[in-house]
Design a protein around this ligand. Structure first.
Ligand code: ZN
Length: 250
Protein backbone atom coordinates (compact mmCIF):
# COMPACT_ATOMS: atom_id res chain seq x y z
CA UNK A 1 0.00 0.00 0.00
CA UNK A 2 2.76 2.42 0.89
CA UNK A 3 4.22 2.88 -2.58
CA UNK A 4 0.69 3.33 -3.87
CA UNK A 5 -0.02 6.07 -1.31
CA UNK A 6 3.32 7.67 -2.15
CA UNK A 7 2.38 7.62 -5.82
CA UNK A 8 -0.98 9.21 -5.08
CA UNK A 9 0.63 11.89 -2.90
CA UNK A 10 3.18 12.48 -5.61
CA UNK A 11 0.41 12.88 -8.17
CA UNK A 12 -1.45 15.29 -5.90
CA UNK A 13 1.75 17.30 -5.49
CA UNK A 14 2.22 17.31 -9.23
CA UNK A 15 -1.35 18.58 -9.64
CA UNK A 16 -0.73 21.29 -7.06
CA UNK A 17 2.44 22.30 -8.88
CA UNK A 18 0.53 22.48 -12.13
CA UNK A 19 -2.20 24.56 -10.49
CA UNK A 20 0.45 26.87 -9.00
CA UNK A 21 2.15 27.20 -12.36
CA UNK A 22 -1.17 28.00 -14.05
CA UNK A 23 -2.01 30.53 -11.33
CA UNK A 24 1.39 32.12 -11.85
CA UNK A 25 0.86 32.29 -15.60
CA UNK A 26 -2.69 33.63 -15.26
CA UNK A 27 -1.63 35.96 -12.47
CA UNK A 28 1.06 37.12 -14.84
CA UNK A 29 -1.70 38.59 -16.96
CA UNK A 30 -1.87 41.38 -14.42
CA UNK A 31 0.38 44.24 -13.35
CA UNK A 32 3.29 44.36 -13.30
CA UNK A 33 3.32 41.40 -15.68
CA UNK A 34 0.14 42.60 -17.37
CA UNK A 35 2.01 44.64 -19.83
CA UNK A 36 4.42 43.19 -22.34
CA UNK A 37 7.93 43.45 -20.93
CA UNK A 38 9.05 45.62 -23.84
CA UNK A 39 6.23 48.13 -23.27
CA UNK A 40 6.84 48.14 -19.51
CA UNK A 41 10.54 48.71 -20.09
CA UNK A 42 9.88 51.53 -22.57
CA UNK A 43 7.62 53.33 -20.11
CA UNK A 44 10.01 52.83 -17.18
CA UNK A 45 12.91 54.11 -19.29
CA UNK A 46 10.85 57.23 -19.99
CA UNK A 47 9.68 57.70 -16.40
CA UNK A 48 12.19 60.57 -15.97
CA UNK A 49 9.58 62.67 -17.78
CA UNK A 50 7.30 62.77 -14.70
CA UNK A 51 10.04 63.34 -12.11
CA UNK A 52 9.42 66.61 -10.28
CA UNK A 53 5.94 67.09 -11.79
CA UNK A 54 2.99 67.84 -9.54
CA UNK A 55 0.13 65.54 -10.45
CA UNK A 56 -3.32 66.03 -8.97
CA UNK A 57 -5.10 62.71 -8.66
CA UNK A 58 -8.80 63.17 -7.97
CA UNK A 59 -10.89 60.20 -6.80
CA UNK A 60 -14.43 61.17 -7.78
CA UNK A 61 -17.26 61.48 -5.21
CA UNK A 62 -16.87 60.61 -1.51
CA UNK A 63 -18.69 61.05 1.78
CA UNK A 64 -22.43 61.56 1.29
CA UNK A 65 -21.99 61.20 -2.49
CA UNK A 66 -21.37 57.52 -3.41
CA UNK A 67 -21.35 58.08 -7.18
CA UNK A 68 -22.65 55.07 -9.12
CA UNK A 69 -23.81 52.03 -7.14
CA UNK A 70 -23.64 48.50 -8.60
CA UNK A 71 -26.46 45.98 -8.29
CA UNK A 72 -24.43 44.21 -5.61
CA UNK A 73 -23.91 47.43 -3.65
CA UNK A 74 -20.37 48.33 -4.71
CA UNK A 75 -19.90 52.09 -4.43
CA UNK A 76 -18.09 54.03 -7.13
CA UNK A 77 -16.46 56.36 -4.58
CA UNK A 78 -14.61 53.41 -2.98
CA UNK A 79 -13.23 52.00 -6.25
CA UNK A 80 -12.25 55.50 -7.43
CA UNK A 81 -10.20 55.98 -4.25
CA UNK A 82 -8.50 52.58 -4.55
CA UNK A 83 -7.47 53.19 -8.18
CA UNK A 84 -6.36 56.75 -7.36
CA UNK A 85 -4.18 55.55 -4.47
CA UNK A 86 -2.53 52.93 -6.69
CA UNK A 87 -1.91 55.56 -9.38
CA UNK A 88 -0.49 58.07 -6.89
CA UNK A 89 1.94 55.40 -5.61
CA UNK A 90 3.19 54.77 -9.18
CA UNK A 91 3.81 58.47 -9.76
CA UNK A 92 5.63 58.83 -6.43
CA UNK A 93 7.84 55.87 -7.25
CA UNK A 94 8.83 57.69 -10.45
CA UNK A 95 9.78 60.82 -8.51
CA UNK A 96 6.63 62.84 -9.18
CA UNK A 97 4.69 64.63 -6.49
CA UNK A 98 1.24 63.05 -6.60
CA UNK A 99 -1.39 64.85 -4.55
CA UNK A 100 -4.78 63.25 -3.89
CA UNK A 101 -7.81 65.57 -3.64
CA UNK A 102 -9.09 63.17 -0.94
CA UNK A 103 -7.39 60.23 0.74
CA UNK A 104 -10.43 58.91 2.59
CA UNK A 105 -14.19 58.68 2.37
CA UNK A 106 -15.28 62.30 2.74
CA UNK A 107 -16.83 65.19 0.91
CA UNK A 108 -14.53 68.12 0.18
CA UNK A 109 -17.31 70.65 0.83
CA UNK A 110 -18.47 68.84 4.00
CA UNK A 111 -22.02 68.83 2.64
CA UNK A 112 -23.10 66.51 5.42
CA UNK A 113 -22.80 69.43 7.82
CA UNK A 114 -23.23 72.24 5.31
CA UNK A 115 -26.23 71.11 3.25
CA UNK A 116 -26.49 74.51 1.55
CA UNK A 117 -23.38 73.77 -0.47
CA UNK A 118 -23.84 72.35 -3.95
CA UNK A 119 -22.15 69.71 -6.02
CA UNK A 120 -20.45 72.52 -7.90
CA UNK A 121 -19.00 73.92 -4.65
CA UNK A 122 -17.59 70.48 -3.94
CA UNK A 123 -16.00 70.18 -7.39
CA UNK A 124 -14.66 73.74 -7.07
CA UNK A 125 -12.90 72.69 -3.86
CA UNK A 126 -11.12 69.95 -5.83
CA UNK A 127 -9.98 72.42 -8.48
CA UNK A 128 -8.92 74.81 -5.71
CA UNK A 129 -6.56 72.13 -4.41
CA UNK A 130 -4.99 71.81 -7.87
CA UNK A 131 -4.35 75.58 -7.81
CA UNK A 132 -3.01 75.49 -4.26
CA UNK A 133 -0.50 72.77 -5.12
CA UNK A 134 0.37 74.32 -8.51
CA UNK A 135 -0.49 71.04 -10.18
CA UNK A 136 0.90 70.45 -13.67
CA UNK A 137 -2.01 68.19 -14.62
CA UNK A 138 -5.35 67.12 -13.14
CA UNK A 139 -6.58 63.51 -13.38
CA UNK A 140 -10.03 62.63 -12.13
CA UNK A 141 -10.91 58.96 -11.63
CA UNK A 142 -14.52 57.84 -12.06
CA UNK A 143 -16.55 54.79 -13.02
CA UNK A 144 -19.33 54.73 -15.55
CA UNK A 145 -22.80 53.30 -15.14
CA UNK A 146 -25.63 52.73 -17.57
CA UNK A 147 -29.10 51.21 -17.31
CA UNK A 148 -28.24 48.70 -20.04
CA UNK A 149 -25.85 46.04 -18.70
CA UNK A 150 -24.19 45.70 -22.14
CA UNK A 151 -22.10 48.88 -21.89
CA UNK A 152 -18.45 48.28 -21.00
CA UNK A 153 -15.00 49.73 -21.53
CA UNK A 154 -12.82 52.50 -20.17
CA UNK A 155 -12.96 55.97 -21.69
CA UNK A 156 -11.05 59.19 -21.17
CA UNK A 157 -12.72 62.62 -21.39
CA UNK A 158 -11.16 66.05 -22.02
CA UNK A 159 -12.42 69.57 -22.69
CA UNK A 160 -12.45 70.34 -26.43
CA UNK A 161 -11.04 73.82 -25.68
CA UNK A 162 -7.74 72.34 -24.53
CA UNK A 163 -5.43 70.80 -27.13
CA UNK A 164 -3.08 69.55 -24.41
CA UNK A 165 -5.93 67.92 -22.50
CA UNK A 166 -6.84 66.08 -25.71
CA UNK A 167 -3.23 64.93 -26.18
CA UNK A 168 -3.13 63.64 -22.60
CA UNK A 169 -6.53 61.93 -22.98
CA UNK A 170 -5.58 60.23 -26.24
CA UNK A 171 -2.25 58.97 -24.83
CA UNK A 172 -4.02 57.46 -21.79
CA UNK A 173 -6.78 55.96 -23.94
CA UNK A 174 -4.13 54.37 -26.18
CA UNK A 175 -2.65 52.59 -23.13
CA UNK A 176 -6.09 51.45 -21.95
CA UNK A 177 -6.68 49.81 -25.33
CA UNK A 178 -3.19 48.26 -25.41
CA UNK A 179 -3.40 46.77 -21.91
CA UNK A 180 -7.11 46.09 -21.30
CA UNK A 181 -7.84 45.00 -24.87
CA UNK A 182 -10.17 46.58 -27.39
CA UNK A 183 -12.42 49.03 -25.62
CA UNK A 184 -14.16 50.29 -28.78
CA UNK A 185 -13.99 53.70 -27.15
CA UNK A 186 -11.76 56.66 -27.84
CA UNK A 187 -10.89 59.88 -26.00
CA UNK A 188 -13.98 62.06 -26.08
CA UNK A 189 -14.60 65.80 -25.62
CA UNK A 190 -16.97 66.69 -22.79
CA UNK A 191 -18.07 69.83 -20.98
CA UNK A 192 -17.61 68.38 -17.48
CA UNK A 193 -17.17 70.99 -14.73
CA UNK A 194 -13.73 69.77 -13.62
CA UNK A 195 -12.52 69.87 -17.25
CA UNK A 196 -13.58 73.46 -17.94
CA UNK A 197 -10.76 74.87 -15.86
CA UNK A 198 -8.15 74.61 -18.61
CA UNK A 199 -5.32 76.26 -16.67
CA UNK A 200 -3.67 72.85 -16.82
CA UNK A 201 -4.29 69.72 -18.89
CA UNK A 202 -7.17 67.87 -17.25
CA UNK A 203 -8.84 64.52 -17.94
CA UNK A 204 -11.61 62.41 -16.47
CA UNK A 205 -10.85 58.69 -16.67
CA UNK A 206 -14.02 56.61 -16.58
CA UNK A 207 -12.22 53.37 -15.71
CA UNK A 208 -15.10 51.10 -16.73
CA UNK A 209 -18.79 50.39 -16.21
CA UNK A 210 -19.82 49.42 -12.70
CA UNK A 211 -23.15 48.39 -14.27
CA UNK A 212 -21.53 45.71 -16.49
CA UNK A 213 -21.71 42.24 -14.90
CA UNK A 214 -18.11 41.25 -15.74
CA UNK A 215 -16.37 44.63 -15.73
CA UNK A 216 -18.18 45.65 -12.53
CA UNK A 217 -16.52 42.74 -10.72
CA UNK A 218 -13.10 43.24 -12.37
CA UNK A 219 -13.05 46.85 -11.16
CA UNK A 220 -13.17 45.65 -7.54
CA UNK A 221 -10.08 43.45 -8.01
CA UNK A 222 -6.71 44.89 -6.93
CA UNK A 223 -4.89 43.37 -9.93
CA UNK A 224 -7.32 44.97 -12.40
CA UNK A 225 -7.17 48.29 -10.53
CA UNK A 226 -3.39 48.16 -10.90
CA UNK A 227 -3.75 47.57 -14.63
CA UNK A 228 -6.02 50.60 -15.00
CA UNK A 229 -3.69 52.73 -12.86
CA UNK A 230 -0.71 51.58 -14.89
CA UNK A 231 -2.41 52.66 -18.14
CA UNK A 232 -3.01 56.16 -16.76
CA UNK A 233 0.56 56.30 -15.46
CA UNK A 234 2.01 55.17 -18.82
CA UNK A 235 -0.12 57.69 -20.72
CA UNK A 236 1.10 60.50 -18.46
CA UNK A 237 4.74 59.40 -18.87
CA UNK A 238 4.30 59.57 -22.67
CA UNK A 239 2.57 62.94 -22.30
CA UNK A 240 5.43 64.57 -20.39
CA UNK A 241 7.95 62.93 -22.73
CA UNK A 242 6.32 65.03 -25.48
CA UNK A 243 4.71 62.30 -27.56
CA UNK A 244 2.10 63.56 -30.04
CA UNK A 245 -1.56 62.62 -29.71
CA UNK A 246 -2.15 59.21 -31.28
CA UNK A 247 -4.98 58.63 -33.74
CA UNK A 248 -8.06 56.61 -32.89
CA UNK A 249 -7.85 52.98 -34.06
CA UNK A 250 -11.65 52.93 -34.45
ZN1 ZN B 1 -18.42 59.42 -11.05
Amino acid sequence: MRPFIFLRVFRINQCLMLVSLLALLLGGAYYPYAVAARERGAVQAMSWSVAGKVIMVDPGHGGIDPGAVSRTGVLEKDINLQIAQRLAAMFRQAGASAVLTRDGDYDLADREHLPGLTNRDELQARLGLADKHHADIFISIHLNSYPSADCEGAQVFYHPRSVESFRLAALVQQELIAVLGDQYRWAKGADFFVLRDVKRPAIVVEAGFLSHPREGILLTEPAYQNKVAWCVYAGVVHFFAGQPAPKSPY
